[in-house]
Design a protein around this ligand. Structure first.
Ligand SMILES: *Cc1c(COP(=O)(O)O)cnc(C)c1O
Length: 445
């Protein structure tokens, strides 16, 4: 916030002035990255054909589906050409130097620094929920004493179902599903409450499996402290970092997390249904005794094609992969990771903090008490979750969408806005708040 205030006073402009946002955009060292993405026009995004709809939309939905990196289309087309001209030989001899047989390693090298992992700790396969099941198959080993799984009470439905069904699959009682709940009247979880739940129930918890960033509230959990406390209580610790990867700083290795997984189509822009990645800590890299569900791609790469039917796990996360890499979805992720390689999480987070603080400031000063921001002021990434009174909620959301401010609604009355530092601008933020302001203060009452 200090940086925004200092820039405002130097320029002699109010933060509420669009020209202030434009000054911030001109000074933005990451502004060049916006051109790496295809940004829909208002007409394209809203499916209309309005005379004034040919300008670019304000896309604040990168927490749900990131925009398309132009590189992704290029690389995808190259893989199609490769398939057309090389057939099966593309696995080994690739005209762009990306033989399909080793494709995973190219992704892993670029993905590891984004999540604070060593390359040996990162794998690429499937989609997220499938990976949750595969990882729980290896890491949820319930005993009569230690059989519970701790998740947050309003976890993303897919995570809730996955954990609940794992518990049933293992024939464990329903009290094995342990839910961390916010205090009455509060929206977000307090770290102290999570830690005390772990202290109380620790001896009966097999796995602590929270999300790194809560999808609904945008709260970033204190992953370092929670991991340390859960490890001290003897639990296995897994994180679903889907809303955290590419959004906030992560140090999965240094925190000592056992496993983690994330999809890549949100802040990581790999496209609809994009491939998921996962993390298994280096401490298991050579642990061939760790039971897991296997397939040929997890077999040690050197001898995979010997066809002996004697399973020898690959080292690290590679040993948890099951099928051969789906190249076409891996290609679009590779395109996005190329863009990430042009910056760093440190730089991205620096801009992200400013963008989100600017959004918060404008909401507070221009919308005031007609919006409730439930995302914490401190522990958050590139998302603010806004609650509106139910009688105006649909009106506000409708106005945003028809003005070409693309965001999402979560029933009953929450709108999530995610200014993404890779492609969003300070002007985007200004326009979004201006539309909310118009919806509330000019077009009605
Ligand atoms: C987006 C998201 C999912 C989606 O799961 P898929 O298996 O990719 O369909 C699951 N969990 C969380 C926490 C998410 O944010």
């Amino acid at each position: 916030m200090e940086h925004l205030l200092a820039t405002a006073s130097k320029s002699g402009l109010d933060l509420e002035d669009l020209r202030f946002a434009q000054i911030m955009d001109r000074a933005d060292p990451l502004a060049r990255l916006r051109n790496e993405f295809a940004i829909p026009t208002v007409n394209q995004a809203t499916g209309r054909d309005a005379a004034d709809g040919n300008g670019l939309c304000v896309y604040l939905c990168g927490n749900s589906l990131g925009l398309m990196p132009k590189q992704s289309r290029r690389i995808l087309n190259e893989e199609m050409d490769e398939w057309a001209t090389k057939g099966v030989m593309g696995h080994f001899h690739h005209s762009k130097g990306r033989p399909w047989v080793g494709y995973r390693s190219q992704i892993v090298e670029k993905m590891a620094p984004i999540v604070g992992a060593e390359p040996v700790e990162v794998g690429v396969m499937n989609t997220l929920t499938t990976n949750l099941h595969l990882l729980l198959a290896a890491f949820y080993r319930p005993t009569d004493q230690r059989y519970k799984i701790l998740i947050e009470s309003k976890a993303f439905p897919s995570d809730h179902y996955a954990v609940e069904s794992q518990i049933k699959w293992h024939g464990r009682p329903a009290d094995a599903l342990l839910l961390a709940e916010p205090r009455p009247g509060e929206h977000t979880l307090r770290t102290e409450d999570i830690l005390s739940l772990i202290r109380q129930e620790g001896a009966s918890i097999a796995v602590v499996m929270l999300s790194g960033v809560q999808y609904y509230t945008g709260q970033v959990f204190e992953m370092d402290r929670i991991t340390a406390a859960a490890k001290a209580a003897g639990c296995v610790v897994g994180w679903d970092v889907t809303h955290a990867a590419g959004n906030v700083p992560l140090s999965l290795h240094d925190w000592g997390v056992d496993f983690a997984c994330w999809c890549s189509y949100k802040y990581l822009n790999s496209g609809p249904g994009g491939i998921s990645c996962f993390f298994v800590h280096e401490r298991y890299a050579h642990d061939a005794d760790l039971q897991r569900l296997t397939g040929w791609w997890g077999h040690d790469a050197e001898s995979r094609f010997d066809m002996t039917n004697q399973f020898v796990p690959g080292v690290g996360a590679a040993g948890f992969e099951v099928s051969n890499t789906p190249i076409l979805v891996a290609a679009t992720l590779l395109g996005s990771l190329d863009v990430f390689s042009k910056t760093s999480m440190e730089e991205l987070c620096k801009k992200s903090v400013l963008l989100t603080a600017y959004l918060e400031y404008l909401l507070q000063t221009r919308i005031g008490n007609r919006v409730e921001i439930i995302t914490p002021g401190e522990h958050r990434g590139a998302q603010l979750s806004l609650l509106f009174a139910s009688e105006i909620f649909e009106h506000v959301f409708g106005m945003l969408m028809s003005a070409g401010v693309i965001c999402d609604e979560r029933k009953p009355n929450c709108i999530r806005l995610a200014p993404v530092p890779l492609y969003n601008t300070f002007s985007d933020v200004w326009w979004a708040v201006d539309v909310i302001h118009a919806a509330l203060y000019t077009s009605r009452d």
